[in-house]
Design a protein around this ligand. Structure first.
Ligand SMILES: NC(=O)c1ccc[n+]([C@@H]2O[C@H](COP(=O)([O-])OP(=O)(O)OC[C@H]3O[C@@H](n4cnc5c(N)ncnc54)[C@H](OP(=O)(O)O)[C@@H]3O)[C@@H](O)[C@H]2O)c1
Length: 265
C-alpha cells in the first residue's frame, strides 16, 4: 500500500474531490481525518471508508477560521502522533459567466479571498507539525482558470492563479524542512457536478448557451481537450494518493496537470 499508517487530514472531506481522495488514501492504508462544516455529510463518507476496512475520523471545522483549524490540527497531531499529509479540497461557491462590466467587486473578490485564506490557514496549521517532524506532504487544488484567457472567469482565474503561486512559494518555504507541496489542477469532473459547488457555477453558463450542464461539459470536453473527455474522480484521487506517497518523493513545487489536455505545459 502506498500510504500505510500515514495520517492524512482532508479539509472539505465530504466534497466530491475530498471524499474521493479520502477513500483513495484510506484504501492505500492512511488514517484519514475528515474536516468540514457539516458533520452529517462527513460522517457519511467516514462510514463508507470504515465499511471498506479503512480508518476515518470526522471533525466539524470551518477551514476559513484560523483558530479552529489550528486547534483541530493540534488535536490530530496530539492524538495520532503526527500529520503526514494534508489536502485542501474546500470548494467555494462563486460567480462565473458574468462579464466584467456587470461583475460586482464582491463577486470578483469572494473566491480570491476565500481560497487564498483557507489554503494559508490550513497549510500553516499542518506545517507547524510537519516542520517539527521534518517531513510531510501538502496538496492543494486549483483549476485551469489559472492559465486561461476566457470571458466570465475573472474571480476563478485570479483565485486559481493565486493558489498555484502560493503552492509554488510554499514548496520553497517548506522544502528545507523536508515537506513537499503539490498543487493538483484537474479540469471539470462531470461526475462531481451533481453534488458539488460546480453545479451552481456551471448552471448559468450552460443556460445562457442554451444547453444543460451535462451537454455543455460534453461539448467542452469534445472540442477543448486532447483526450476528448474530462478527468474522472478516480483519476484525480489515485493521482493524489501517488503524489502523497514516497513514490513521488522527488516531486515538489509542481502543478499536476490533470486537465485531460485542455491545457498543455
Ligand atoms: N469539481 C470539479 O470539477 C473541480 C475541478 C477542478 C478543481 N476543483 C477544485 O477542487 C476543490 C474542491 O472542489 P469540489 O468540487 O470537490 O467541491 P465540493 O464538492 O463543492 O465540496 C467542497 C467541500 O468543501 C466544504 N467546505 C466549504 N466551505 C468550507 C469551509 N469554510 N470550511 C470547511 N469546509 C468547507 C464543503 O462542505 P461544508 O459546506 O459542509 O463545509 C464541501 O464538502 C475546489 O478548490 C475546486 O475549485 C474542482
Amino acid at each position: 500500500m502506498l500510504l500505510e499508517d500515514r495520517n492524512a487530514v482532508i479539509y472539505g472531506g465530504a466534497g466530491a474531490i475530498g471524499a474521493s481522495v479520502a477513500r483513495a488514501f484510506a484504501r492505500e492504508g492512511a488514517n484519514t481525518f475528515l474536516a468540514g462544516r457539516t458533520p452529517a455529510t462527513l460522517e457519511r463518507v467516514a462510514e463508507e471508508i470504515r465499511a471498506e476496512g479503512g480508518v476515518a475520523e470526522v471533525a466539524e471545522v470551518d477551514a476559513l477560521d484560523e483558530t479552529a483549524v489550528g486547534n483541530h490540527a493540534d488535536s490530530v497531531a496530539a492524538d495520532a502522533g503526527r500529520i503526514d499529509i494534508a489536502l485542501n479540497a474546500v470548494g467555494i461557491s462563486h460567480v462565473q459567466g458574468t462579464p466584467l462590466t456587470e461583475l460586482s467587486l464582491h463577486d470578483y473578490e469572494h473566491p480570491v479571498r476565500a481560497y487564498t485564506r483557507t489554503n494559508f490557514v490550513t497549510a500553516k496549521a499542518v506545517a507547524r507539525h510537519m516542520v517539527e517532524q521534518r517531513s510531510g506532504v501538502i496538496l492543494t487544488l486549483s483549476t485551469p482558470g489559472a492559465r486561461l484567457a476566457r470571458p466570465g472567469i475573472l474571480g476563478n482565474a485570479a483565485a486559481s492563479a493565486a493558489i498555484e503561486g502560493f503552492s509554488r512559494a510554499l514548496a520553497g518555504e517548506l522544502g528545507p524542512s523536508g515537506i513537499r507541496v503539490i498543487c493538483l489542477r484537474p479540469d471539470a469532473i462531470p461526475e462531481a457536478v451533481a453534488g458539488s459547488h460546480t453545479r451552481e457555477l456551471f448552471s448559468g453558463i450552460a443556460e445562457s448557451a442554451g444547453t444543460t450542464i451535462e451537454g455543455w461539459l460534453a461539448e467542452r470536453a469534445r472540442t477543448g481537450t486532447l483526450l476528448g473527455r474530462f478527468p474522472t474522480l478516480a483519476e484525480v484521487a489515485d493521482y493524489a494518493a501517488f503524489a502523497a506517497s514516497d513514490g513521488a518523493g522527488a516531486m515538489t513545487g509542481a502543478i499536476a496537470n490533470l486537465s485531460s489536455g485542455s491545457l498543455v505545459d
